[in-house]
Design a protein around this ligand. Sequence first.
Ligand SMILES: [Zn+2]
Length: 398
Amino acid sequence: MTKTLKVRLYPDGDQKILLEKHFGSCRFVWNYFLEVRNKYYVEHKNDKKKGLSAFDTMKMLTALKREITWLNEINSQSLQHSLVELDKAFRSFFKHNTAYPTFKSKKDKQYFIIPSGFKARKNRLIIPKFPEGIRYRDKSAIPKDIKQIIITKKADRYYALIQYESSVQPKKGEGAVGIDMGIKHFLTTSDGIAIEPINAYRKYEKKLKRENRRLSRKKKGSENRKKQILKLEKIYQKIKDVRTDFNHKVSTAIAKHYGTVVIEDLNIQGMAQNHRIAKSVLDQGWHQFKKMLEYKLQWRSSELIKIGMFEPSSKMCSGCGNIKHDLKLSDRIYHCDVCGLTIDRDLNASINIRNIGLIKLGKGIPEFTPVEIPLAGYLNHEGISYVSLNQEPQILQG
Ligand SMILES: [Zn+2]
């Protein structure tokens, strides 16, 4: 299967200039040949050959490079790749009626693709036209079977997205778990672990407000204003990084640990429309978390079961199945009047979620197994704060 590794690059001054030239030239080639193909199409609409092929434009590119010599500074494969992409966009337009290809501007995502000719040496990524190699964050090993590399830029930072083929089948986890997603706790597992939310946005809210006020005082079009905008972009990027990092750690821990994961198919957009909780909901990055969990479980051939959001997971007693209709959002403890069960509200919900999922699968419901230390230990090791709800559900007498 194809995996992607994102690596931060630290180009030096000259390399930055050359990277920018790559972004610009690939965009130029796209726009130039979009125009060429447009013209051809208009003129040959009624002919047998209505449009140009990728190969046609590649031949034209070779000729163009004799006129526009600065294009020779750029990795020719990357330029050609723009034409391959343009061709794909046209073919998809003709076949599936997707939107007609449009011109790209500096404001769009900045990137270029390197289909071959790369290697990593020490902590440097060597790509065509960069024989010295660009220094990268030496945290994860660069994989061997690289298919292609995409170089991107975001808020003044450069990244390499390394797409590679992985044949390693990671080990499948064991046991089944139900996961309740919430606002007080990011998530609660049915074996009694609650993970505290990271609230990345809230952490930076004050700083953002301050920098936004500063921005409003800068003159429009001024150099200082541009600098301030970049400063704000960097804060937003930081918030995103913190959240993504957190979601990666939690989803990896869950995927490694369990063979079957049951989760509610929450209507996140719907929840975000409730203004009272919107900020918190969006700040959790649930959507990203679920996506990560889904593909990480897939890698391990583990199961992800989604249950409907209208299943009575919160209001049902996980001990006896009684439905407590008057449970309020503010009730943190679930107390069952029928069987006397007293249990953390989210833990109760997560046990129900697991049970509903297992019933769906046609499997039996296991006994409650309180906190499994390995997962808690793993999370602790990764620097995520978690609370142990480690208590056997209490049955109150009388
Ligand atoms: Zn009960």
